[in-house]
Design a binder for this molecule. Structure first.
Ligand code: P1T
Length: 379
C-alpha cells in the first residue's frame, strides 16, 4: 500500500456491528467481561480503546513501524520515551529544539539524574565528541524548531547504533508525508500530533512509533501505568485530520516556497531560514532525507530588533499571532518569548536563536493573500 492509500485505509475497517465507515468514537471507560479477564480484547480504557487502536495502527502504517502508542500531548509522548532512561544515563539532544523539550530534559529529567548535552547536530563531529559510555539516547529534531536546521538522521542513527544508544526522531515539523525516520535507520519516531497530523488546530495529541519491540513494550507499560492517554474524541479528530495530510501538506509547502522566496528577496529582511532555499546550509541534505522542504519558515528583519519584530507580528491579519503550527491556518510567532521562552537567554543566543526571530507556520490559504498580508506588515 502506498502512502496516501495507507492514510485512508491503514488500521481502518468498517465497524463490525453497524458497518460504520469511520471508526466510531468509543466513549467508554471500561468494557464488559463474561468472566474475570474474559473479554473482547479491551478491559479498561486507560490501557486501550478501539478508536485509539485505529489511530495507532494508522500512524504506525504511515511511519513504517510495527507499533504506535498515542498520548495526551506531544510532551506526554516525550515524557514516556524519556522514562526508558535510568538515573546516570546520558542523552544528547540538538541545541536548536522546541523550548518545551529543553524544559522537559533540563527541569524534569535532569533532577532525576538523567544528564543531557545539547549540541549543534548539523556538525556530526560535535555529536561524536559529546558521546560518553553512559549515552543511551540521541534525540534528533529535524527540521529544528525554530531555526529549520537539517540534521542527518541516518548518520546519527548509525552513530547511536554503534554506541549502544537509542535514536529518537521528533518528526513533528516534517510529518511522515515528507520524512520517515525509521526508513532512514532511526529506532523511534515521535510526533506532536497536535500539528500536521491532526492539522486543524483543534486538538492536543502525541504519538510514538517504532519497530523496536523491547522499547515499545516498555512504552506500553508507561501508557498503562502513568496514564497520559488521549481521549477517544481526540483520537477521532487526529484520525480524521490524517486523512487529508498529504493534500494539506502539499498545499502548505507550495505556499511556503513562494513565501520564502518573497522574504528572501525583500529589502527589509536580513535572513531567511527555509531548507527549500538553495543557500540554506541543509538544502542538499533536506533533498536527500525529505520528500519536500516543509511549510515552516523563520526570518529576521533588517531592523534586527525585538521591537521591530513585535511590531511586524502585531500587524499581520491572516497570519494569526499564536503558538503552535501545522494547522490549515497560517500562524506567526515570536519563539524567544513564546515557544522557547523557557530556554535561558544566553543558551538561546548561543544556539543562534535571536530575540528578533520571527517564525511562520504557513497554512493552506491562497498564497497571494498571505503575501499581501506580509507585504502590508512591512509597511
Ligand atoms: O504541544 P505538544 O503537543 O505537547 O507538543 C510538543 C512539541 C514537541 N515537539 C515539537 C517539535 C514541537 O514543536 C512541540 C510543540 N510546539 C509548539 C507548540 C510550537 O509552537 O512550536
Amino acid at each position: 500500500m502506498k502512502f496516501n492509500t495507507k492514510a485512508i485505509h491503514a488500521g481502518q475497517h468498517p465497524e463490525a456491528t453497524s458497518g460504520a465507515v469511520m471508526p466510531p468514537i468509543f466513549q467508554t471507560s471500561t468494557y464488559a467481561q463474561s468472566a474475570p479477564n474474559q473479554h473482547l480484547g479491551y478491559d479498561y480504557a486507560r490501557v486501550g480503546n478501539p478508536t485509539r487502536t485505529a489511530l495507532e495502527q494508522l500512524i504506525a502504517g504511515l511511519e513504517g513501524a510495527e507499533q504506535c502508542a498515542c498520548f495526551a500531548s506531544g510532551v506526554a509522548a516525550m515524557d514516556a520515551i524519556l522514562k526508558y532512561l535510568r538515573p546516570g544515563d546520558h542523552l544528547i539532544a540538538s541545541n536548536d529544539i522546541y523550548g518545551g523539550s529543553y524544559r522537559l530534559f533540563t527541569q524534569v529529567f535532569a533532577p532525576y539524574g538523567i544528564e543531557c548535552s545539547f549540541v549543534d547536530m548539523t556538525d556530526l563531529s560535535l555529536v561524536e565528541a559529546a558521546l560518553k559510555p553512559s549515552t543511551k539516547m540521541i534525540w534528533i529534531e529535524t527540521p529544528t524548531n525554530p531555526l529549520l536546521r537539517i540534521v542527518d538522521i541516518s548518520a546519527l542513527a548509525d552513530m547511536a547504533r554503534q554506541s549502544g544508544a537509542l535514536s529518537v526522531v521528533d518528526n513533528t515539523f516534517a510529518s511522515p508525508y515528507l520524512q520517515r525516520p525509521l526508513e532512514l535507520g532511526a529506532d523511534v519516531v515521535m510526533h506532536s500530533a497536535t500539528k500536521y497530523l491532526a492539522g486543524h488546530s483543534d486538538v492536543i495529541h502525541g504519538a510514538v512509533a517504532s519497530s523496536h519491540s523491547e522499547f515499545m513494550e516498555k512504552l506500553r507499560f508507561q501508557v498503562k501505568t502513568t496514564g497520559a492517554i488521549p481521549g477517544p474524541m481526540d483520537c477521532y479528530l487526529t484520525l480524521r485530520g490524517i486523512k487529508t495530510l498529504s493534500v494539506r501538506v502539499e498545499r502548505a509547502v507550495s505556499n511556503a516556497k513562494t513565501i520564502a522566496q518573497f522574504l528572501d528577496e525583500h529589502a527589509k529582511v536580513s535572513q531567511v531560514h527555509y531548507p527549500g532555499l538553495a543557500h540554506h546550509p541543509g538544502h542538499e541534505l533536506a533533498k536527500r532525507q525529505m520528500d519536500d522542504f516543509g511549510a515552516m519558515i523563520s526570518f529576521t528583519l533588517s531592523d534586527d530588533t525585538q521591537e521591530a519584530a513585535s511590531a511586524f507580528m502585531s500587524r499581520t491579519r491572516y497570519f494569526t499571532l499564536a503558538e503552535s503550527l501545522g494547522g490549515v491556518e497560517s500562524l506567526i510567532s515570536h519563539p524567544a518569548s513564546m515557544t522557547h521562552g523557557s530556554i535561558p537567554k544566553d543558551v538561546r543566543e548561543a544556539s543562534g536563536l535571536k530575540d528578533s526571530l520571527i517564525r511562520l507556520s504557513v497554512g493552506i490559504e491562497d498564497v497571494e493573500d498571505l503575501i499581501a498580508d506580509l507585504d502590508a506588515a512591512f509597511a
